[in-house]
Each structure stands twice: as C-alpha cells, then as structure tokens.
Design a protein around this ligand. Structure first.
Ligand code: GDP
Ligand code: IMO
Ligand code: MG
Length: 423
C-alpha cells in the first residue's frame, strides 16, 4: 500500500485530471492538497467530459474516497456547483467526499480584489478566482476557515471584522462600492448547511487510513513552475503545487510519502503572463494549440504553446523528487516533420548552469535546441508501447534522457483507453 504524490511538472494543464482518474482505480483515497477553483482538471469518460475544479479527480471512480485538504482554498459557489453537476450525472458525493476543517474559504471580496488588481498594471494573468487574496489573508492570519462555519457567532464576528477592513480598502483605495455584510453572512450560513456533513479532521483521517494499510493518491493542482517558491515568481500562483506542498496541505508527514509521479506534457504550454523560453508565437504554436485543443479548462483562455523544454523538466524533477512520469498528449505531435527539444539555455552567449527562476534572466535566455524527426502519423489509436512508430520511441527516449526522468505511462488521447505503460 502506498502514498503517492502526483504533480504537474510544467506550468499546469499537463493532463493531471486524466492520469489521476487512471491511477485512482488502484487507490482507496484521492486528496487535493493546494490551489482552488483556479484548477481545471479534465476527465473524459466515454462521450462525457468532466472538468473538476475543487473535488479530486478520483470522484469518478466508484468507491474511491475523495478528500479536500487544508491547503486548498474553497469557493462555496464553485464547490456546490460541482457537487450538483456530479449528482446530475448520477455520481453521489455523500459519504465519499470530505473537507478539511482547516481549509480556508474564498470570500466574495477575494474575487473582487483579484479582479481589481488584475485590472491595473503588472498583470499576472490570474484566473480571477480570488486565489491570491485568499492566501494573503491566510498568511496574514485573517482568513476564515471551514471550521469557523461550525460556530455561527464566530463566523459572524470574523466576517464583520474582515468586511470592516475590506470595505475600507474597496471604498477609499479603489473607489469601489462597499459589500453588504449581512448578505455575505447569510450566504455563508447557507453554505454551512449544505456542507456540514463533509467536514472532517483530515490529518487524523488520512494518517489513520495509512495505519490501516490504505493507499492515498495526493493530487496536485497547477504545476511546479507556478509554485510560489520554486516557480517563475511573480508569475506564479499563490500556493505550493510541488511535492513538498502535499505534506503541508494534508497533514501527512514526509516520512509517509512513498513516491512522486510527475505529469509531463509532450510539449509545453502556459496560461497567463510570464517568461516562456520555448514559446512558439508562429504558425507552429498555433498548430499545437489547435491540434492539442489548448484552451483553458477554467477560463477558456488560449494557452501559449511551445516546444518541449527538457531543461525545465529536469529542474522540476529535481525539486519534486519525481520517481516516474506519465507523458501526455504525445498524439498532438503526430503531424510535425521535425520536433525541437530544448536541452539547455544560453545567456549572453554562455551556457546557463541551473534553471533560472527569476524573470529577469529567464526572459533573456536563448533555448538551445536539438532537432528530432517527427513520425507523421496518428498514434491516438495505439494501445501499447510496441505499436508506437520508432521515431516516437526515439523522441520519448530523448526527452527522458535529457530531462533525467523515467517514463512509466504514455497517454495518446483524452480517453481512459488511450493510455498504456512504457516499456
Ligand atoms: P490538468 O489541469 O493537468 O488536469 O489538465 P487539463 O484538463 O486542464 O488539460 C488537459 C487537456 O488535455 C484536457 O482537455 C484533457 O482531456 C486533454 N488530454 C489529456 N491527455 C491527453 C492526451 O494524451 N492527448 C490529447 N489529445 N488530449 C489529452
Ligand atoms: P491546473 O490545475 C494552468 C495560472 C494562471 C496565472 C497564474 C496565477 O488546471 O493545471 P491564480 O488564479 O492561481 O492566481 O493565477 O497561475 N494558473 C494555471 N495555469 N493550469 C492551472 O491549473 C492554473 N491555475 C492557475 O493562468 O498565470
Ligand atoms: Mg487544467
């Protein structure tokens, strides 16, 4: 039995949702550990497509228990909508979904402040889901937590206290109209009634489960390069998507983590602003976007697309301690004559030794490419490694070697059956 962390290895949208769904067949519990409804994890089952923002992608596997850890920031509206959507599809969450009493709540002013700060200069290109402002309040020790819902008096006091400050800020600094305190209190009391049954002491629940020999898959959101500490700051999210974040965001200690699986897209994408050395702003980038359907699962924004960056994935493998990798969207590369792979960077004509996360240097680096032949065929119907064209195998071996990763799973389409083990 094992405890596995699953992380995005690039800038998010690597196909985590699909691979969590595949792997969760063999796990008892799937737990989200950070982020919020900024995430959009897609799972395609038959003709249906589910986009999960807060509930772990394991919910689509019968019998799998799903947990939202303390590291996640919860938007009540998004959560209730998601529960409703699942119910409409005959997927019952009661008795299978648990939420940490220590998770923080996204409040209406978080979303408002997110959109106000994005309307000014120096935009990050956030998803507008209130993520940054909510984590700001968490670390400023002003946040409102799930546990606060359980005590109406405390809840009211905390909302009133926060609103005093936020309304001041909204009115005096931003010239925005004030928010209605009573309305917000009413809304969160209603939310409490709907979610009381899911609230749990998650660290005890998960650690007891481990003692009983149960297996746990920890589902990261976003990706390593969006990590607030290890990513391309300030063009990052406000949480810790890297593997270390899984311990903080759940209460499972590092000594109980057995392995880390990295999800690696066969090329690179990024949504929002910030440096992206292998970005293609030409027809090839457009081709990747069209064939790969690279539009945000949460916001619908077109994703920026570029060649595979082995230098970046090598850095990601190091900070996450990745043991094995699932390579996704390999099918998308099926109509290119040549494929470029970035094997390093140069800065002012000199090779860069280690991955620069500061935007000043990362914006200036020149990728060093090696060119590989494409395979010019549709591999989306392949169902085993041996069926792949030899050029595809060579591409996989090359990116694995240059990134220092071990590929275990290969994905050639959005569906469950378009997945197989690497040799
Ligand atoms: P996540 O945020 O990491 O879960 O990824 P997203 O769901 O935001 O984006 C991945 C997109 O690629 C989704 O639309 C998936 O259905 C799709 N997808 C996943 N794996 C594959 C694959 O191997 N090939 C193709 N063509 N699409 C894939
Ligand atoms: P999944 O889990 C891709 C990006 C935003 C923006 C930056 C900060 O689906 O891979 P935020 O709203 O978090 O304050 O935005 O992070 N971002 C993502 N990009 N996939 C995601 O999630 C993302 N979640 C946030 O585009 O650049
Ligand atoms: Mg996504």
């Amino acid at each position: 039995m094992s405890v596995t962390v699953l992380v995005g290895s690039q800038w998010g949208d690597e196909g985590k949702g699909k691979i969590v769904d595949i792997l969760s067949e063999n796990y008892d519990i799937v737990t989200r550990y950070q982020g919020g409804a900024n995430a959009g994890h897609t799972v395609a089952i038959g003709d249906k497509q589910f986009i999960l923002h807060l509930i772990p992608s394991g919910i689509l596997r019968e019998g799998v228990v799903c947990v939202i850890g303390n590291g996640v920031v919860i938007d009540p509206t998004a959560l209730l909508e998601e529960i409703e959507l699942l119910r409409k599809n005959n997927i019952e969450v009661d008795g299978r979904l648990f939420i940490s009493h220590n998770a923080h709540l996204i409040m209406p002013y978080h979303k408002l402040l997110d959109s106000i700060s994005e309307s000014g200069e120096n935009k990050i290109g956030t998803t507008g889901r209130g993520i940054g402002p909510c984590y700001i309040d968490k670390y400023a020790r002003k946040g409102i937590k799930i546990v606060d819902l359980l005590n109406r008096k405390v809840l009211q006091e905390k909302i009133r206290e926060n609103l005093k400050e936020k309304n001041n800020l909204l009115k005096k600094v931003y010239g925005h109209e004030e928010l209605d305190v009573e309305e917000i209190i009413k809304q969160y009391v209603e939310f409490d009634k709907a979610i009381d049954k899911y609230i749990k002491d998650v660290p005890s629940f998960l650690n007891n489960a481990i003692s009983e020999g149960k297996s746990i898959l920890l589902e990261g959101a976003q990706g390593a390069l969006l990590d607030v500490d290890h990513g391309t700051y300030p063009y990052v999210t406000s949480s810790s998507p890297t593997a270390g974040g899984a311990c903080i965001g759940t209460g499972i200690p590092p000594t109980k983590i057995d392995s880390v699986v990295g999800i690696v897209k066969a090329y690179t994408t990024r949504v929002g602003n910030g440096p992206f050395p292998t970005e293609l702003t030409n027809e090839e980038g457009e081709k990747l976007r069209t064939i790969g359907a690279e539009y945000g699962a949460t916001t619908g924004r077109p994703r920026r697309c570029g060649w595979f960056d082995a230098f970046l994935v090598n850095y990601s493998a190091m900070i996450n301690g990745i043991d094995s990798v699932a390579v996704t969207k390999l099918d998308v590369l099926g109509s290119f004559d040549e494929l470029k792979v970035c094997v390093g960077y140069e800065l002012n004509g000199k090779p860069v030794k280690s991955f620069p996360t500061d935007v000043e240097r990362l914006s200036e680096v020149k990728p060093v490419y090696e060119i590989l032949p494409g395979w010019n065929s549709d591999i989306s119907k392949c169902s085993s490694y041996s069926e792949l064209p030899s050029n595809t195998k060579d591409y996989l071996n090359f990116i694995a070697g240059k990134s220092g990763i071990k590929i275990k799973i290969i994905s050639v389409g959005p569906k469950r059956q378009q997945t197989f083990f690497a040799e």
